[in-house]
Design a protein around this ligand. Structure first.
Ligand code: ADP
Length: 270
């Protein structure tokens, strides 16, 4: 943060070096601990679908002369392998985000194009549940960031909004542009999140209640990905939710013009 940067800058060169090195060591250790923890969780999460697929394949072999049972086991294998595929994909996305955080090259992101793409990518899932995904608010807004990452974050929010909503409901993507940044709010009329759980949903692999899950099963990684994207953009994500009524997830990201005017402490010569 700024305070630490100032202290380091004012200290004489020798002290400054020691401070920087200490800070690096602590950060290194923390990153290392997080990584170990993540690997342990990943192995655990991967074992579940892999184990299920193995058991189901055995069951298929044993039920060879019962076509109905074969059909049932095969379809469950399909569900489990889909889940496994999604898990692997999200783990890859998350580790990519962890590697290049914060973003090196911020560029102009066409928000309208990102929203179109996200709606398009989720069209099948929305149609399956007769859910209308609509957009309103400001148009023609440019962000300062990384298009792929913004699409990934918004995509996860929209997929959740659809996944945790009843058939024939509505999902609204509302854009509010301000001078310095822009709010992108995704509102659903879904099951909502119990108040005591709200603080935990951004944790990796955290799911509110696996039993109430969409039938295909979530990974618990979507919102961790959102959190990383927001952090690497210097933005924010907020949740407002009422159990049984719905949720709103709001991304706040820097707008293009304003962000270019920002002064960083590195530009001030002390
Ligand atoms: P998942 O793959 O399980 O959806 P996420 O990290 O995206 O993982 O979300 C974590 C948990 O937060 C979900 O398992 C779900 O319980 C809850 N959640 C996320 N988005 C919503 C939403 N729009 N409505 C209700 N619950 C949600």
């Amino acid at each position: 943060g700024p305070a630490r940067t100032l202290a380091v800058r004012i200290a004489p060169l020798g002290v400054r070096l020691v401070l920087v090195l200490l800070e690096d060591r602590t950060r290194e250790r923390r990153v290392e601990a997080i990584r170990r923890d993540f690997v342990a969780n990943v192995s655990h999460e991967l074992k579940t679908p892999v184990g299920a697929i193995r058991l189901l394949s055995e069951a298929v072999e044993e039920a060879a002369d019962d076509p109905e049972a074969v059909q049932r086991f095969a379809s469950r294998m399909g569900v489990e392998s889909q889940r496994l595929g999604r898990l692997v994909q999200q783990i890859i996305e998350l580790s990519r985000l962890q590697d290049d955080d914060p973003i090196e090259a911020l560029s102009s992101v066409d928000l309208d194009a990102v929203i179109d793409r996200v709606i398009d990518e989720n069209a099948t899932d929305a149609a399956d549940k007769q859910i209308a995904v609509v957009r309103d608010g400001d148009a023609d807004v440019a962000l300062l960031g990384n298009t792929e990452q913004v699409a990934l974050a918004l995509g996860n929010l929209v997929a959740n909004a659809i996944g945790y909503s009843p058939d024939s409901s509505r999902v609204v993507i509302h854009v509010t542009a301000r001078s310095g940044d822009v709010d992108i709010a995704v509102t659903d009329q879904g099951i909502g999140i119990p108040a005591p759980e709200i603080d935990r949903i951004f944790e990796r692999f955290y799911r509110v209640d696996p039993a109430r899950h969409r039938s295909t099963g979530g990974t618990g990684l979507g919102l961790s990905i959102v959190k990383h994207v927001v952090a690497s953009h210097g933005g924010e994500v907020k949740v407002w939710s009422v159990e049984g009524a719905g949720s709103t997830f709001t991304l706040t990201l820097p707008r293009k013009q304003a962000a270019a005017r920002r002064t960083s402490y590195d530009d001030i010569d002390l």
